[in-house]
Design a protein. Structure first.
Ligand code: G4P
Length: 564
């Protein structure tokens, strides 16, 4: 856990093989200027961090799995403590529900716990697909991801989108095939579907013995253990038996002759069809390990967690426009990937979430806000955990710090100790739905403009200003954001907005190395050019055909579907 002012845990000195294991992504040379003791403490803390997100299509079991992991880590004591941050379709217009969701999201933004001497940080992602962009941004702040797949539904729409975002940055992925206590797809078919639809290579590290009514457990291929399933009676739902040799008659004794025969054949197939598991292939994003289990029955979860802590990467280097930043560097750097504003309308509070990329973050220390070009100090940096806030004194790479903010931060902002750096990988994604937004109360223009700007800084949606007539267009991933903007403008900024339909298929960012080609393009497509909130040029295509024709007619122009 972060070092907190109230109760500072004693340092845990890891054995040297853990400190310098192959999955330790840092070198000692970069921190030679520190005092040996400080260096060793810093490296120990760094090597203890594992920061990841659990993502899934709604209902696959993300909340349930998160809760079981927190129970293992002792971060919560009872089941049901983790509230689902889902907004069900039926409550689309229920603003109390949106506020409730925001409340849950802020308190569970980072869920930290200690497990086997490691500091595990789970970054929460929204449960509703209309907030997918928030999830995409959170994925830029993690070092690995666990993707939950429902055994009956297989790969779903959000599974595809979220895995694609992970793959853009080669984020290491572990799949957890959930709900094995129910009838679902044949395991081999499911793995084929995962490989084909998600363009990944997989490697099972556990293998199911039956499913649904006939589900008997899994064989853990990683640790060579038989894990037997009990759906009732036992608190942790499983019994583990060390069984190195599957040909042993012991297996028949535990699962019955026919299931044992089936398991032997299937495991043999697994070993022939899938490549041997290598940590480096997983950490470079080339191979995704797969586990099977049932989150609600707490089955197969511990197997995955035990493997996760052994193979998941320590904080990874981060790419800035200027250079690669390594976590072991002495100087603190970090970027803001999430902002929550106005949780309490009376206080106009905003909390910016900073992912530490290198060095040690310390309370009450000046850090340079690169976009604003000035130093800021944070007297009350915070850690959130299950609705409890804790003041923290220091944080390490991989940690996420909540900073109280009076409007200085935008998503993507960088803090350093002076060096000019701009972290990459916080792109805006081309939105899917568009509307003109107009001020509905001319007496409140100032509030309207301020409210819209702040909501855009927070990343609620994207705003494009059309150059030809100055009209503002809001672009979102889902319908819900339009309602969120309208509601929050009224309740937090005392401003009113009105939407008008706009016929748009895509907004894409345009780039060209040849300034003349860009000039000609901008001139000929005047009517369809807008700028985003950062002033970047955007082409507004009315239809797919218009987009394709523009791409054909202007080959020197690059049309990008993310802002980076
Ligand atoms: P999400 O966050 O990914 O949206 O999913 P969540 O964990 O909320 O799980 C969705 C539903 O699936 C829940 O049921 C949950 O209990 C159930 N579930 C999760 N894991 C398993 C599993 O291993 N086996 C089975 N059979 N069900 C599982 P619900 O009825 O929607 O909610 P609840 O009333 O049970 O909380």
């Amino acid at each position: 856990m972060f070092r907190v002012s109230q109760s500072y845990p004693s340092f845990i000195i890891l054995p040297i093989n853990v400190l310098l294991s192959p999955d330790t992504h840092f070198s000692l040379s970069a921190i030679h200027c520190k005092q040996p003791n400080t260096v060793s403490n810093f490296l120990t803390e760094l090597s203890r961090r594992r920061t990841f997100a659990i993502v899934a299509h709604p209902d696959a079991g993300k909340t349930t799995l998160t809760e079981k992991l927190l129970l293992f880590g002792g971060a919560i004591q009872t089941a049901g403590a983790v509230k689902s941050n889902k907004i069900k379709k039926s409550t689309v217009s229920d603003f109390m529900e949106i506020e409730r969701q925001r409340g849950i999201s802020v308190s569970t933004s980072v869920m930290g716990f200690e497990y086997r001497n490691l500091q595990i940080n789970i970054l929460d992602t929204p449960g509703h697909e209309d907030f997918a962009e928030d999830t995409y941004r959170t994925l830029t702040a993690v070092d690995s991801a666990i993707v939950v797949v429902d055994v009956a539904n297989g790969v779903e729409k959000q599974t595809e989108k979220l895995t694609k975002v992970c793959r853009m940055r080669d984020t290491p992925i572990i799949f957890f095939v959930n709900k094995m206590d129910r009838e679902g797809r044949d395991a081999f078919d499911l793995l084929d579907e995962i490989e084909q639809k998600l363009s990944v290579k997989v490697r099972p590290l556990s293998w199911p013995i039956g499913m649904g009514q006939r589900f008997k457990g899994v064989y853990n291929l990683y640790e060579k253990k038989l894990v037997l399933f009990h759906s009732h009676g036992k608190q942790d739902g499983e019994d583990t038996i060390v069984l190195e040799d599957l040909s042993s008659p012991e297996l028949d004794k535990y699962v019955g002759e026919s299931a044992a025969r089936e398991l032997r054949t299937e495991v043999e197939m697994v070993e022939t069809v899938y490549p041997e598991f290598k940590i480096e292939d997983y950490q470079s994003g080339k191979i995704c390990p797969i586990f099977f289990g049932s989150a609600v029955n707490n089955f197969g979860v511990k197997e995955m967690l035990d493997c996760f802590v052994e193979i998941a990467p320590t904080p990874l280097p981060r790419q800035a426009e200027e250079r690669t930043v390594k976590p072991e560097e002495e100087k603190m750097t970090g970027f803001v990937f999430k902002i929550f504003a106005n949780m309490d309308p009376k206080h106009r509070d905003r909390i910016a979430f900073l992912r530490i990329c290198s060095g040690k973050f310390e309370r009450n220390t000046n850090y340079r806000h690169i976009r604003l070009g000035r130093d800021l100090k944070f007297p009350a940096p915070t850690m959130f955990m299950a609705s409890k806030k804790t003041l923290l004194e220091e944080a390490y790479p991989g940690d996420v710090v909540g900073l109280y903010d009076s409007g200085n931060f935008k998503i993507g902002d960088t803090l350093t100790q002076g060096e000019i750096l701009h972290f990459k990988g916080i792109p805006a994604f081309s939105p899917e739905q568009f509307r003109f937004v107009e001020n509905a109360d001319p007496l409140k223009t100032k509030q309207f403009v301020k409210g819209l700007d702040q909501l855009m800084d927070e990343g609620v949606a994207q705003m494009f200003t059309r150059r030809s007539d100055g009209r503002r267009i809001i672009g979102t991933v889902g319908q819900l954001q339009f309602e969120v903007i309208q509601h929050r403008l009224e309740s937090e900024y005392n401003a009113k907005c009105r939407y008008e339909p706009v016929n748009l298929f895509k907004a894409c960012w345009v780039h060209a190395t040849d300034p003349k080609a860009m000039e000609e393009f901008l001139d000929r497509r005047k009517r369809d050019i807008a700028v985003d909130s950062d002033g970047a040029l955007v082409f507004l295509a009315e239809t797919n055909w218009v987009l394709q024709t523009a791409q054909e007619n202007f080959p020197k122009i690059e049309f990008r579907f993310t802002s980076e």
